[in-house]
Design a protein around this ligand. Structure first.
Ligand SMILES: Cc1cc2nc3c(=O)[nH]c(=O)nc-3n(C[C@H](O)[C@H](O)[C@H](O)COP(=O)(O)OP(=O)(O)OC[C@H]3O[C@@H](n4cnc5c(N)ncnc54)[C@H](O)[C@@H]3O)c2cc1C
Length: 501
């Protein structure tokens, strides 16, 4: 049987989405397809998106990226988790650390033992048993710190300069044969008979044809949204923040190996430590706060000295009804946006680009593949949405109208079921497609103030003395493991110091 193949792929947009997609396609399909990326320096990139989650490390393996080189080129630092201040309760903090708190015993998650210990009157903070929190507090990081008896290595991701990271990937993709055209796309041309995209017209007058188009044009969604008219599904009733104001600030010492997410009156502020500056931004809801006030709060709370100008960004949390429509796949902001609370957008780009490789079509495009792509991507979007909504909804805060709204809003049933299950039994519902596994859900649920009514019966097999010994042993393991670990700054200076000033 002879098959016709999709041969010419045109990616419009060269932000993180465009260059990750180009790199992924060229890596796996380079010998058999032509990849052409169009971007406009005049339009530029969104310029935020500086915190990541651990699956980003897979890109290093896929693209043979030398971690130290990448970190140095992008002013990157290490991220062990996100420190949430004032979320569940004003004045309280917790870390959503990557990796586990404590260790499983008898195939039962640690939090069940911790709950039993609480009931027996043992005084122990859940985060005493988080290697990532203990390392974060001490501003430490190193690879291969694995201790004895099951303590894992520090699980980490990166903070990096988003503009530099896209540029870094560009070099990789171009080296493998991706063709790049600089310029502005002014028109998207559709076939009259089937409405598929035939070509894009450039400001220069050039016309670029393709079989498959990838829309990476950012919030504008020039192909999927504007040209093909795929509607946007608005999720703001669950995630009401719709504005951000971003700036830089001077680096502070000691260098934190975590992102800070501090809740404010109508949203929250990120602080992302890079080697050469901090990335800072205040995400808020315009129904509850004006832009001037949001900027003032940001300026008053930056970690170092304010570096302007402040960049005001509008967004709506949600997604295009279809991520793949006809012969156009949306990847990145063009396809949807989940606000940045858990740093998931770059991860979703990576996932979508991987799925496109996995379900790369022949010609004519198989509708089954397209539908399956849309099913999988929407499912992943929904899982992350629920995790984000949890942070806003499970709170004691009612001190402002915004927090009152979040506390009392209706939430997706998928989330209310998970919360009910945890509240009644400390059980977590695991979905293999959820990037946030049980340890993440347990940390955020407990961190936001949920205290389950029951724990699993298996935990009662440990009596008070046994639990005290178990806890003492774990504390000692973490302490002795981290004792010789260098500071985050020393680690960076030794292996991947940047020369960006
Ligand atoms: C406030 C905020 C904070 C965020 N924080 C994080 C975070 O911490 N972690 C995370 O993972 N993600 C974060 N994100 C998301 C992240 O920034 C994006 O997912 C990521 O940068 C990818 O953006 P993009 O490539 O889709 O769009 P962009 O960076 O906007 O790139 C769009 C590209 O399209 C090109 N383009 C547009 N129109 C045309 C045209 N007509 N002709 C030619 N070229 C065109 C532009 O030149 C550019 O190259 C954040 C987003 C926001 C809004």
């Amino acid at each position: 049987m002879t098959q016709t193949r999709v041969k010419d792929v045109v990616i419009v947009g060269g932000g993180t989405a465009g260059w990750i997609t180009a790199s992924m396609l060229v890596k796996f399909l380079g010998p058999v397809i032509n990849i052409h990326l169009i971007e406009s320096e005049k339009i530029g990139r969104v310029g935020v998106g500086e915190a990541t989650i651990p699956p980003i490390l897979r890109l290093n393996r896929l693209f043979n990226i030398n971690e130290d080189e990448m970190m140095s080129a992008c002013g990157a630092t290490v991220k062990l988790g996100i420190k949430f201040d004032n979320w569940g309760h004003k004045g309280e903090s917790y870390l959503h650390g990557f990796g586990h708190n404590g260790v499983h015993l008898n195939n039962l998650q640690f939090h069940h033992y911790w709950l039993r210990a609480k009931e027996l009157g043992i005084d122990a903070d859940y985060w005493d048993f988080s290697p990532n929190w203990q390392a974060s507090k001490a501003h430490k990081f190193a690879h291969n710190v694995r201790g004895k008896n099951g303590l894992s290595d520090l699980i980490y991701a990166y903070h990096f300069d988003a503009l530099l990271f896209a540029g870094f990937l560009r070099k990789f993709a171009e080296k493998l044969g991706v063709k790049r055209t600089e310029g502005i796309v002014t028109n998207v041309n559709l076939n009259a008979e089937d409405g598929f995209i035939k070509s894009v017209s450039m400001e220069s007058g050039e016309e670029i044809k393709g079989d498959l188009f990838v829309d990476c044009t950012g919030f504008r969604s020039l192909l999927l949204g504007e040209a093909l008219g795929v509607p946007y599904v608005d999720w703001s009733k669950w995630l009401p923040c719709n504005r951000a104001v971003a700036c830089g600030s001077s680096r502070v010492e000691p260098l934190p190996p975590y992102t800070r997410a501090a809740a404010h009156d109508a949203g929250w502020q990120w602080t992302i430590p890079l080697q050469h500056r901090n990335g800072e931004g205040h995400v808020y809801c315009s129904d509850f706060m004006e832009a001037d006030e949001a900027e003032k709060i940001l300026r008053d709370n930056v970690a170092g000295d304010f570096i302007g100008p402040a960049n005001h960004i509008k967004f709506t949390t949600g997604h295009r009804k279809e991520f793949w429509h006809k012969n156009c796949v949306g990847i990145g902001l063009s396809s949807g946006f989940l606000e940045p609370l858990e740093s998931t957008s770059i991860h979703l780009i990576q996932r979508f680009a991987g799925k496109l490789v996995d379900q790369f079509p022949a010609w004519p495009i198989q509708d089954g593949l397209r539908k399956e792509f849309n099913r999988q991507t929407l499912h992943e979007f929904g899982l992350i949405r629920d995790f984000l909504v949890l942070h806003y909804h499970r709170t004691d805060r009612e001190d402002t109208e915004f927090w009152k709204y979040c506390k009392h809003m209706e939430i997706p049933e998928t989330l209310s079921d998970k919360m009910e299950l945890f509240q009644s039994s400390a059980k977590l519902r695991w979905d293999p497609e959820d990037v946030f596994a049980d340890p993440s859900w347990a940390q955020v649920m407990i961190g936001q103030g949920m205290m389950p009514d029951q724990y699993q019966t298996r935990a009662t097999a440990m009596n008070k003395t046994q639990l005290e010994q178990f806890f003492a042993q774990m504390r000692q393991m973490i302490e002795s493991t981290l004792k010789d670990v260098p500071s985050h700054s020393d680690y960076i200076n030794r292996y991947c110091q940047t020369d960006i000033s």
